[in-house]
Design a protein. Structure first.
Length: 195
């Protein structure tokens, strides 16, 4: 059943918008909607990743963010190619979820405390971002397949794999960085003097 609660708009392609309202009548429209969300999210990350690299104390973690920044730049380019296959101009739509994830993450970047604990906190923030991206790319990759956009499906799958690999790398780094014994020890030692 069609939902008619949203304001009317004129359209010739099914994707024209009035204000920020996009009527979701077709899978293609939803696909474009999600691509715009991702395009904005990736561009937000291009700005946030250097700050995360700078704030990380572990060299391995810094390098992971620097590498993922390069990958993220190619994620933006791949999305531009995906828009091209649709004859759509690459355009973003504010991704409030990514904005919130980055905001929460930046709270950790500005905290004082034990380097390893802060690195662990930065990893948590980064993994939340990767999981968001993994969910989004999994969906748009499937939409691309359903819509017969094979080239785009391949591009989106490549990005999805890089997001998963990054998540795995962060898992490994968390194990290396966070030595539970050391962290618990220093917590006990520093119990009386809050740092
Ligand atoms: Fe990405
Ligand atoms: Fe990512």
């Amino acid at each position: 059943m069609e939902r008619t609660g949203s304001p009317k708009f004129t359209t010739n392609s099914g994707t024209k918008r009035k204000g920020d309202i996009m009527k979701l009548n077709t899978l293609k429209t939803l696909y474009i909607n999600e691509l715009r969300d991702l395009y904005n999210a990736e561009n937000q990350l291009v700005k946030a990743l250097p700050k995360m690299a700078k704030a990380a104390s572990s060299q391995g973690l810094k390098q992971a963010f620097e590498k993922h920044l390069e990958q993220t730049e190619s994620h933006v380019e791949r999305l531009e190619q995906v828009f091209q296959e649709l004859d759509e101009k690459p355009k973003g739509k504010t991704c409030h979820a990514m904005k919130g994830l980055i905001e929460e993450g930046s709270e950790i970047l500005h905290k004082d405390g034990d380097e390893s604990v802060i690195d662990a906190g930065i990893i948590v923030a980064a993994q939340k971002v990767e999981h968001y991206e993994i969910a989004s790319y999994g969906s748009v990759r499937t939409f691309a397949q359903l819509l017969g956009k094979d080239r785009s499906a391949d591009l989106l799958q490549t990005t999805l794999e890089e997001e998963s690999e990054t998540n795995e790398l962060l898992n490994k780094l968390a194990e290396d960085i966070v030595n539970p014994e050391a962290l618990v020890e220093s917590e006990l030692v520093g119990a009386s003097s809050e740092r």
